[in-house]
Write a protein that binds this ligand. Structure first.
Ligand SMILES: [Zn+2]
Length: 272
């Protein structure tokens, strides 16, 4: 299993980070991607990844919730860090839109997203997208960006993942049509969540769906059932893999095999 979205650099893991990583390695987590969210996380993300080369892979970006008055300055610093560390960074993220808590910086969020998409295209890096209460805008911005690239070489086209996907079948179809992946995490196991149903229906129309799915945790957040409410860890992804296998009607081994392959392909990972 590869955890394509884990904030192992965050404070929640400060007391026992090394034990958590050792435990999950023993339990079959082959690698993890550690996305940054703001200027402060540039250092924490790179530090943990440098301590675990070939196992923890860094992504850097400006998260929409961190888009405030001084966004231009912040973005500048992050862009410089991305260029400096281009060779080791596997994605730009996490970036996107979030209208859930605050829409004060809605326009700025969109501008920050557009600029980071352009950077991703220029540097030929995939993007890790965060989307909350903003599906219409984020899909439209991506579709606009994709429309501009007709005829471009494959490596120069925008690619990426909608992390923590929990949208409708229609949204999923638009995302897949653009060539993007869906990141599946703990939400899938939540009671009353329609995602398993959505994926099952989607697979009926699109049998190759499994080739566009990634496993993730968003740890320390979003722990799957039966650990809901606890601190999440990559090793708990096994519960998501179980549930995904059930939804798609395939074995857990197939889910793990396919999602691992997808992650290596999208992020160009050379794992140890
Ligand atoms: Zn995240």
């Amino acid at each position: 299993m590869i955890d394509t979205h884990c904030h192992i650099d965050e404070e929640a893991f400060a007391p026992d980070r090394e034990e958590v990583i050792a435990r999950q390695r023993a339990e079959g987590v082959a690698a993890m991607i550690v996305p940054g969210v703001n200027v402060a996380s540039i250092e924490s993300v790179l530090d943990v990844c440098h301590a675990h080369p070939g196992y923890c892979f860094p992504a850097l970006g400006l998260h929409p919730e961190d888009v405030k008055e001084n966004w231009a300055e912040q973005l500048d610093i992050i862009e410089r860090a991305i260029r400096t560390h281009r060779e080791e960074i596997v994605a730009i993220g996490e970036i996107g839109l979030d209208y859930y808590w605050d829409v004060t910086y809605k326009e700025a969020q969109q501008e920050v997203l557009r600029r980071q998409l352009e950077l991703a295209r220029e540097l030929e890096l995939p993007v890790i997208l965060h989307n909350r209460e903003s599906t219409e805008d984020i899909v439209r911005i991506l579709e606009d960006a994709k429309n501009k690239e007709s005829g471009a070489e494959v490596t120069r086209t925008l690619r990426g993942v909608f992390h923590c996907f929990n949208g409708s079948k229609e949204t999923a179809e638009r995302i897949l049509k653009m060539g993007f992946y869906l990141g599946v995490g703990g939400v899938l196991t939540f009671k009353n969540c329609k995602l398993a149903e959505t994926l099952k229906e989607l697979q009926g129309k699109c049998p190759m769906l499994i080739e566009r799915l990634l496993l993730e945790t968003d740890a320390p957040y979003m722990a799957p059932v039966p650990h809901r409410g606890e601190r999440n860890e990559s090793r708990l992804m096994t519960h998501v893999a179980d549930k995904l296998a059930e939804a798609l009607g395939v074995s857990k081994e197939e889910v793990i095999g396919a999602t691992t392959k997808n992650a290596k392909q999208l992020f160009n990972l050379i794992t140890i």
